[in-house]
Design a protein around this ligand. Sequence first.
Ligand SMILES: [Zn+2]
Length: 322
Amino acid sequence: MDVPVPASRTEPGSGDAVKAVSVVGTGTVRIRPEHLYGTRKPLYWWLLTSRQWTPPQAINVYVIEHVRGLILFDTGQDRASVTDDGYFPSGFTGLIYRRLARFDIGEQDTLTAQLATLGYAPADVDIAILSHLHQDHIGGLPELADADLLVSADEWGELSRPGPELRGFLRSHIQLPGLRWRQVTMEQANDRELAPFTQSLDVMGDGSLVLLPTPGHTAGSMSLLVRRTHKPTLLLTGDLAYHADRMPRPAPPLSAAAASSPTPRATSSRSPGNTPAWSYCPPTTPQPPGGCWPADTGGHDASVPEHRHHRPPRRRGLRVPG
Ligand SMILES: [Zn+2]
């Protein structure tokens, strides 16, 4: 394979249920500075008057190789959004989408092409977890007919409320025929390490991949805690924060109250001394030599050697509620 490999990847661990965590990119997006950094201006004011765009932001997908299956966290932006004139709604709603973001998604930026850089095909994906249902997270859905798609029941409920398109939910690209959606709800968390979170969902039943409720950006947004042996624990945040440097330092677990804030940010309510070190991984994490803050890989970020990947066995009784 002679194309540049736009992925960073941890080295496989030993005796670890999580064999590798990779990040691949499905293109880039420029958004308004007011969107990225926040503003006191009313939403529609800055959206309709802003003349500036941010530098390109990555639109990433996390690829988790677990001993019992291949799991995605988010699915990126659909290339059809830049090639199909009918992808976005028409009229005023379409104007809002055009004012909101400018995408650059090449032929090599599709989910299928990016999974190929890791030696996988979309049919290899067992589970895709959607942090939430905005367009830059659901883009790979047309390619994932063979996967179980996990979304929070609260997020799915947003599709039935009035005006979903004006709130960033494009139902025609989400409720596609043939997809296997599974709405999940959190359970009482008995794991003290998750405090202050009191609810969670242990996706694989082994504590390695734990969904946490982080509403605020949307009503049903979820983050995924990835626990690895001898490596930093990762928190894949979705749009809870657009950049890791928007998160508090030193890295504490998010407070449930802060996670309910209406804007993508988080603050700590606990002293750093008794908090585990979680590395935050937003969807815009830069390609190598970047990585989650402070470092998601212990300094082992690297391009992916060709075909040097662990191919997990097909799933066997994944603990996913139906
Ligand atoms: Zn979003």
